[in-house]
Design a protein around this ligand. Structure first.
Ligand code: PLP
Ligand code: COI
Length: 354
């Protein structure tokens, strides 16, 4: 029987843009490879995906994405090892999460085979774009949005699933300063916080801009009830180390179930680091910062990898984290990237060859 990957038509570019790219100075997600995958949902079914040159897409002004924001996405990376073999990290978890987001936003889920085979075919075609410089990788952005038309506020009848690839460097530049937010909320109980829905990010931009004006790079969101507990940051889950225990908030319908987060918890246990998954109150973190028991804070996500936080701001006061040697952040980051780049054993079975 013909597999889906044998059926995916490929229209190749006439000439590659790759020679124009400075792979030693990659920003995050700002240049795109030669090809992209497109798959249309029509008449109640996903059609066969196709790969075409990276290009603009044309939509009717009445497409529901523009009016009601029905859109979801994923973030993944492809890595190349010393033997030029290509690896993905827990890609089936991204597929599963995309479909969880899809259900919440009343978008039809994408079959696993379309996602996985489409992704692998696209990556193989653009494999020269996978950066080999340390700290860089090929960022993968699968996304689905409502292309069907109409001003009626109801789910669209047509959708597009696309995958675009962006050779990328680190997400943050310089030291990371975050602001603990007390006024605005990212999400609420029963809301869409656990979904990777475009609107969750749009809603963060204004409060984040206010934080940026004050000299911070991201906001740390707190619970929407009374802003007492630390939840997650704009593009990453948050870990706090108090004394020698690594703590992170439990996932809920307000928090994205980060793949990096759950990998870190497993690696930490494997390394013998004490972990706690529990509510972390802002008061506890401020107290720990004051009495010196707060050793580290870091964000974790696909784009951000593990990003140590140098300073957090709360109620107009900045608290600097100590500059330690041999941090949990550096130890855990090394373990995770060594698995991702196939430089170490993968006892967890997370690496997935392309
Ligand atoms: N939290 C938010 C809001 C995110 O956007 C991300 C990024 O994907 C994460 C957490 C981390 O998730 P993951 O580790 O799966 O990339
Ligand atoms: C990722 O880490 O992949 C994300 O999706 C975060 C994004 C907002 C850059």
């Amino acid at each position: 029987m013909e597999t889906i990957s044998q059926k995916i038509p490929v229209e190749k570019i006439k000439s590659s843009k790759i020679d124009q790219v400075d792979f030693d100075n990659l920003a995050f997600g700002s240049i795109f490879t030669d090809h992209m995958l497109v798959c249309n949902y029509k008449n109640g079914t996903w059609e066969t995906p196709k790969i075409i040159p990276y290009q603009a897409i044309s939509l009717e002004p009445s497409a529901k994405i523009f009016h009601y924001g029905q859109s979801i996405f994923e973030g993944m990376k492809a890595y190349k090892d010393a033997d030029e073999k290509i690896w993905l990290f827990r890609p089936l978890d991204n597929h599963r999460r995309l479909n969880i987001s899809a259900e919440r936003m009343a978008i039809p889920g994408i079959p696993e085979e379309y996602f996985m085979e489409g992704l692998k075919t696209l990556i193989k075609l653009d494999e020269k774009w996978i950066p080999k410089t340390d700290g860089s990788a090929l960022y993968i952005r699968p996304f689905i949005f409502a292309s069907g038309q109409g001003f009626h506020a109801s789910p669209a009848d047509e959708y597009k699933f696309l995958i675009c690839l962006a050779p990328s460097g680190s997400y943050f530049s310089g030291k990371v300063k975050v602001l603990i937010e007390e006024k605005y909320s990212r999400s609420a109980d029963g809301g869409t916080g656990f979904a990777k829905a475009g609107g969750n990010y749009a809603g963060q931009f204004f409060p984040t801009q206010l934080a940026i004006k004050k000299g911070y790079q991201q906001v740390i969101w707190t619970d929407d009830h009374n802003h007492e507990f630390i939840e997650e940051a704009g593009a990453m889950n948050i870990f706090v180390r108090i004394k020698d225990t690594l703590i992170t908030a439990p996932i809920s319908d307000r928090i994205l179930d980060g793949i990096t987060r759950k990998s870190i918890l497993q690696i930490a246990e494997d390394e013998g680091i004490a972990t706690e998954v529990r509510k972390i109150s802002v008061g506890e973190v401020v107290e720990a910062a004051k009495d010196g028991s707060l050793k580290e804070m870091f964000g974790a996500g696909t784009a951000a990898v593990i990003s140590p936080i140098a300073t957090f701001g709360y109620r107009e006061v900045d608290y600097d984290l100590p500059e330690l040697e041999n941090t949990y952040a550096s130890r855990l980051k090394k373990r995770i990237i060594d698995i991702q780049y196939n430089r170490a054993k993968d006892p967890f079975g997370w690496r997935h060859g392309v």
